[in-house]
Design a protein around this ligand. Sequence first.
Ligand code: NAP
Length: 257
Amino acid sequence: MNKDNSSLLPGKVALITGASSGIGEASARVFAREGATVVLVARREDRLKSLVEEIRATGAEADYVVADVVRAEDTARAVAHTVRRYGRLDVAFNNAGYGVGRTPLHLMGDDLYDQIMDVNVRGVWNCLRDEIGAMLASGGGAIVNTSSVGGLLATPVAAPYVASKHAVIGLTKAAAAEYAAQGIRVNAVAPGTTRTEVVGAWFAQNPGIEEALHQATPQPRTAEPVEIAEAAAWLCSDRASFVTGATMPVDGGFTMV
Ligand code: NAP
């Protein structure tokens, strides 16, 4: 456990959604390493349980709540559990998201549109409302939402995903503006393509796509989940005390060119 002054999140109580895999799983480890007590949220209980055990074995404190971020009663339960068990909520990383598709817009069904908008927009909305309520009660906090490079520019055959990730940036700015004077900072990270299980499977099914992405990226490689986690941890920390309403690309320069 790391609670000294050199760590980023000493003594903070942090909630992380989408913690059962990928960027959220890496973030759980990074936030705990940086001194936070972490409450992990997702739907796959087996993964959350084993990650909590792994983090506790390092000496850090961790717990999990099985919840679907699309359901307002679930996000309310996750935040209420955190406050009841640990006394307050200091930090939240709203990272749960859904991004399959790669279907031309004119062929895309409403079901996929609804699913993507539900998880990526309503999910962040539900979390923000509950987290801000808890943070106001304890005098402030810091929130980071996961957008995407698809929230900053348009990538083809992913219209609902692009719309949802632009909406995450809108929600981030709106909440940041509304609560800045009350001590709550709200920012976003915009990852480039990141080597998670889903992305690994996508690369395997589409030979050549990884190389094509590298060619479009000034740092010509795929991000590792921990690289997004490190940026989120910093934005959540007091070291980012005058940063709010910002979207930080973590994309090897993809959106710069
Ligand atoms: P991932 O491994 O598929 O992780 C997604 C996480 O979200 C999982 O933990 C999943 O857990 C959770 N989740 C999905 N729907 C949920 C729901 N309804 N309720 C609660 N949890 C839910 O993918 P990832 O790449 O780490 O994605 C994390 C975030 O990064 C997403 O917002 C994604 O859009 C964004 N992003 C990823 C990339 C990339 O290249 N990987 C690039 C840009 C942005 P359960 O299935 O257990 O619920």
